[in-house]
Design a protein around this ligand. Sequence first.
Ligand SMILES: Cc1ncc(COP(=O)(O)O)c(C=O)c1O
Length: 505
Amino acid sequence: MRSTALPGGRAASAPLLGHEMEPTMFEMSVPGRSAYQLRTTGVPERSLEDLVPELHRGETEIAVAELSERDLVGHFTRLSHRQFSVDLGAYPLGSCTMKYNPKFCDAVAADIGLNGVHPATPASLCQGWLELLVTLEEKLCVITGMSAATLQPAAGAAGELTGLLLMRAFHEANGDSRRRVIIPDSAHGTNPASVTLGGYEVTTIKSNERGLVDLDELKAALGPDVAGIMLTNPNTIGLFEEQITEIAAAVHEVGGLLYYDGANLNAILGVVRPGDMGFDIVHMNLHKTFATPHGGGGPGAGPVAVSQRLARFLPGPMAARRSDGTFEWRTPEDSIGRVHGWHGNAMVLARALAYIEVHGGDGLTRVAERAVLNANWLRERLRATLPAAYDRVCMHECVLSASALKAKYAVRGLDIAKALLEEGFHSPTVYFPLIVDEALMFEPTETESLQTLEALAEAIERIAARAASDPDSLKRAPQSTPVSRVDEARAARQLIATEDAAHRS
Ligand SMILES: Cc1ncc(COP(=O)(O)O)c(C=O)c1O
């Protein structure tokens, strides 16, 4: 029976509408206004000259916007109302896992007992923090089927580079100077970039007609100079690499290592583990799967877990449990060194542990099952409107193609994505992966209800109907949002990154 409940994930709130620009803080500035008040403490006043040596004093005054607290809060609140956010509505941005995150995890990270601790605090005075880090490391190892993990890398790409440096350290310790790392053509762009930064050459292999690694092509690319392969499973098309054990055997056979890009871990949590598939190194995007939204350049965490034979190379210092049950910082014997100034983005780590604890093992399995169910529901429901690029069961995301709409009405994937904003939904990822024509990659995530998915599908059907009746209007979409269609080519070529340069242009 069809539910009569209204969708909860559709953003239709008024502040998202309207084109008026929000002034900058400098435009709102009034000399003498301030958002703070200093209490009289009785501490005698001293001049700046007394406190700061001349060497460190600037010669020119720095421009600072002068605003009251009220104006400042209003400014940022208005700006936030003009953004689409995971708290506002459904955000099916494929490959990014932009899911709603439980507020409980925010409450944990807001605890002064955690966030009031300086990272240089001696271990004896912050045993609780060390225990938290060790517990998280242990749980991530259980989830991935690995032996040890570093929590230092600050994001997925930082985790990739760390993983490649570990791969390098492992081969070098064996007196093995290997040159190449194999990557499938569907891989995320950060993979080849990390390989190059890690000092290796990229060998790209073509996916087969089912969107998976072509085993014959892989075997042809393998050789004694191959350091390893980087894969994500499910891959970036949202498909599970069914021949993963054969792939692992072939790579191990030539002495290579398997690197798992765990940015897509949301699909397999509690169901299957990279370690059991044969992977040696795994990075996780905690800022996708475990309670911190991805994107926007915010803080992330890309822990890297490894099998036993790579544990001695992990970055240090790492929190470790002593035999008496207390905790200390320890650096593995052949550590590649630090990959972060301190111990990683600690609050993202705290949120991740809260998320894991609050869900429990069964709860994490349900996260993955529902994420996969939602993606498949959407793929099936849109079969007639936007057919899937590969017509088979997908994992947590589905890659649909607008190539038929392009051929018939010259309406492109980008036009559909932009029109969805007018419908109160965030756009899917467009034109990725590159191997799919007019790709629209939807990742509904487990957090959206059936009612929201129905509303999303209906919105896409309305847009497809508009493609037939009024294709030009789609070319101008979105019209009701604060920022309408931008000239993307000009924005890329003429990047204006500072406020003063924006005024000059
Ligand atoms: C498959 C895949 N790998 C790696 C990354 C890189 O992660 P980050 O953006 O945290 O550096 C992403 C990010 O979207 C991804 O989707």
